[in-house]
Design a protein around this ligand. Structure first.
Ligand SMILES: NC(=O)c1ccc[n+]([C@@H]2O[C@H](COP(=O)([O-])OP(=O)(O)OC[C@H]3O[C@@H](n4cnc5c(N)ncnc54)[C@H](O)[C@@H]3O)[C@@H](O)[C@H]2O)c1
Ligand SMILES: O=C(O)C(=O)C[C@@H](O)[C@H](O)[C@H](O)COP(=O)(O)O
Ligand SMILES: [Zn+2]
Length: 382
């Protein structure tokens, strides 16, 4: 695998998007360098730094890391402010955004103010949406502190909030000017959150890279132990794979980017129906991938052993492959929520279905009877 690197060296993954291109810098203990990196990315010279302002968006569990980022800017003469909200998926809502807009007004933010998200995917998505909407768009930096955010949400520019009935329904595309991944921040990440991130890592293997999937299978023990070299490899390879997809289809118009949504048609419906935050995003994706693969079997697009390989890997990483109480969810409710999925066109559901490990396709003529049968076999109620 090519993404490996010495533990103490920083690694760079470049995302080529014309004038919206940016770097993802991956390293250990690099938070003190954040101000320097941001100044380089924004082409600031020392004479203008004293007039610059930064709003750090974070949540109630990540204060330690956000403080370090703030310290790096304070030390270089920036005017800083922290906007902190309650941790968790249920904060990904409009009232949080309104409070942040008020904070920016109070801070007398202008179009040169930089918004920096320090946290997981919720902080990244919300912070990005704040940056995308304030003054019609201001500069944005991602500093992901969950595995899920390092491998997925901090890259690619999808930002937004949830509608009570549908995940991420309200949002924008707003690319960051750069992403700083300090793997040291993952040291404080709780086990359940760590595993949730592993689901999106497995997703890349299924959708794009059979060798990466095999690498994950061969390194289950190290992944479970959070072995630094394997973790670094998983983060770097995931970022590389996502960057390639985003470079080719930034706004999800050709259908290529939609492959990153593998498992998500089921997952997002389950997350919304369980109540935001009950089922973690990665847990829902883990279950959703298994449902999507079983659906692909019914559509004659893949074989059962391809599904079983995914189930085995996910279970060996201690990820769920079915809902804990499927009978409490009605199939018709799932179908209603799926119709709100952003891939749906003219009321017709579209799914990302695997053919084999390493390859998936966007399918828009799935027979709904097969979807219902998949849900029924999962134990959902009529
Ligand atoms: N924009 C995208 O492309 C994209 C991609 C994937 C997921 N997402 C979104 O990301 C969200 C999920 O992200 P997540 O799993 O990071 O959830 P999250 O942001 O809620 O973080 C999970 C939990 O971990 C805590 N936490 C974060 N960093 C920590 C650290 N270093 N130490 C201790 N605790 C820490 C948080 O406070 C939170 O309680 C979902 O809303 C999902 O829809 C977006
Ligand atoms: O970046 C993408 O594109 C993805 O689909 C990545 C997903 O893992 C992520 O959960 C994303 O937020 C889902 O996008 P959505 O458009 O279905 O809300
Ligand atoms: Zn996801």
């Amino acid at each position: 695998m090519s993404a490996g690197s010495e533990q103490n060296e920083s690694q760079n993954v470049h995302v080529r998007l014309g004038d919206r291109s940016y770097d993802i810098v991956i390293g250990k203990g690099i938070l003190p360098q954040v101000e320097e990196l941001v100044s380089t990315w924004l082409r600031l010279d020392s004479s203008t730094k004293g007039t610059r302002t930064v709003l750090i968006v974070t949540d109630s569990n990540v204060a330690e890391w956000a403080n370090r980022v703030q310290g790096s800017f304070d030390a270089s003469g920036w005017k800083t402010r922290v906007f902190e909200f309650a941790a968790g998926e249920s904060s990904k809502k409009i009232s949080t955004i309104i409070e942040a807009w008020d904070a920016l007004v109070d801070f007398q933010a202008d179009r040169r103010t930089v918004v920096i998200s320090v946290g997981g995917g919720v902080v990244g998505d919300a912070g990005g949406f704040i940056a995308a909407t304030y003054a019609r768009g201001i500069p944005f930096i991602q500093i992901p502190t969950t595995l899920l955010a390092t491998v997925d949400s901090a890259v690619g520019g999808k930002v937004g909030i949830n509608h009570p009935k549908a995940k991420n329904l309200i949002g924008a595309f707003h690319q960051p000017c750069g992403v700083v991944i300090d793997t040291e921040t993952l040291n404080t990440l709780p086990d359940r959150e760590y595993r949730s991130g592993l689901a999106e890592v497995v997703k890349y293997g299924v959708i794009l890279d059979e060798d990466f999937f095999s690498y994950l299978e061969q390194n289950v023990h190290s992944l479970n132990e959070r072995a630094p070299h394997v973790l670094r490899m998983a983060i770097a390879r995931s970022c590389e794979l996502k960057a390639k997809v985003v470079e080719e289809d930034e706004f999800e118009t050709t259908g290529l980017r939609a492959i990153l949504n593998y498992g998500h048609t089921f997952a997002h419906a389950f997350e919304a129906l369980a109540g935001y935050g009950e089922l973690l995003h990665g847990e829902a994706v883990s279950i959703g991938m298994v449902y999507a693969s079983r659906l692909a079997e019914k559509c004659g697009r893949t074989e059962q052993p391809e599904t079983e390989k995914q189930v085995r890997l996910l279970e060996s990483l201690d990820l769920p492959t079915n809902l804990s109480s499927p009978e409490s969810i009605k199939m018709s409710d799932v179908l209603d929520r799926m119709r709100l999925d952003k891939k749906t066109v003219g009321g017709r559901l579209r799914f990302i279905l695997p053919t084999r490990i390493g390859h998936v396709e966007l399918i828009d003529d799935v027979d709904e009877a097969h979807v219902i049968e998949t849900l029924r076999e999962g134990g959902l109620s009529e």
